[in-house]
Design a protein around this ligand. Structure first.
Ligand code: MG
Length: 277
């Protein structure tokens, strides 16, 4: 496959067949598939597998969505997202195993998730609990021949790097989302990429810009990430994986249109960066 091929990230709350339709409509060859929190209806799943085979589209990662996650404020995010809250943990570990099995069924060698804010303080008892939980998940993925990728942003790159080392499993990697670094105030995305460079197996081409005093998500290339310097940095660290467009819009039509537009400009930019490295 060509270097830095372009893909789309589909919404976790969406039906997989609709997700596939999005990738086809945007005209990309790869996608990261968001797995709905309630899993798949068995019949629908078989239909999806068949359609995926025929489509020629490669799923590069399956993303876990967990029931009950709420990203509306920093507090609700801390409370409800990922593996942080002990109340949800066991059920979500089970769910992650299911996603791993499903990914294996469709021939995908990586799954990913937001695991929730990893505490900066290593002495925080929660830190050790999340390390243990991550080991269980990594070992399960290993049994399925897979990587587990941590979506970035909810902690600084240095905290994430230390966490990966403390987990100590060779299949734990990073899905690098530069806009999330801005959203959560976790530092400059390019510096963060340098810190995490040995672990990056996927990236989200997502952007953010300050508007009226608050950060809003905008199409990749129109925000503060600095699309060209981001791509140049990826080349510098030797990244050759997919460039996965992420655009979090509720309206599927609008999302499709925007992603198609981003794809055109991203292709141009990628070709420019690759030809002038
Ligand atoms: Mg992302």
């Amino acid at each position: 496959m060509e270097e830095m091929h372009i893909g789309v990230m589909t919404w976790v709350l969406r039906d997989p067949i609709e997700s596939l339709g999005l990738a086809l409509a945007v005209g990309v060859r790869t996608m990261q598939l968001g797995c709905p929190p309630d899993g798949y209806d068995p019949e629908r799943k078989e239909e999806f597998k068949e359609l995926l085979r025929k489509s020629g589209i490669k799923v590069t990662t399956v993303f876990c969505g967990y029931a009950g996650e709420n990203y509306s404020t920093l507090e609700t995010t801390k409370e409800t997202v990922g593996l942080r809250n002990p109340k949800f943990r066991e059920e979500r570990v089970r769910k992650t195993f299911e996603v791993s099995d499903f990914a294996k069924e469709i021939g995908v060698n990586a799954i990913a998730a937001h695991i929730g804010f990893v505490p900066e303080d290593r002495e925080d008892p929660l830190y050790g609990e999340i390390v243990e939980t991550m080991r269980k998940i990594a070992d399960y993925c290993k049994g399925n021949g897979q990587f587990f990728a941590l979506e970035t942003g909810q902690e600084t790159a240095r905290t994430l790097l230390r966490f990966i080392k403390d987990v100590g499993r060779d299949n734990v990697r990073v899905n690098f989302d530069p806009a999330n670094m801005l959203f959560y105030g976790s530092g400059d995305p390019i510096e963060a990429l340098e810190v995490l460079k040995d672990y990056v197996i996927g990236v989200h081409c997502k952007d953010a810009r300050r508007e009226g005093g608050r950060l809003v998500e905008v199409p990749f290339g129109e925000g503060e990430v600095g699309a060209e310097r981001f791509l140049r940095k990826l080349v510098e660290i030797g990244y050759k994986g997919p460039l996965t467009i992420e655009r979090e819009l509720e309206d599927p039509e609008e999302q499709r249109r925007e992603m198609a537009r981003i794809k055109v400009s991203l292709e141009k930019l990628r070709d420019k960066v690759l030809s002038t490295r």
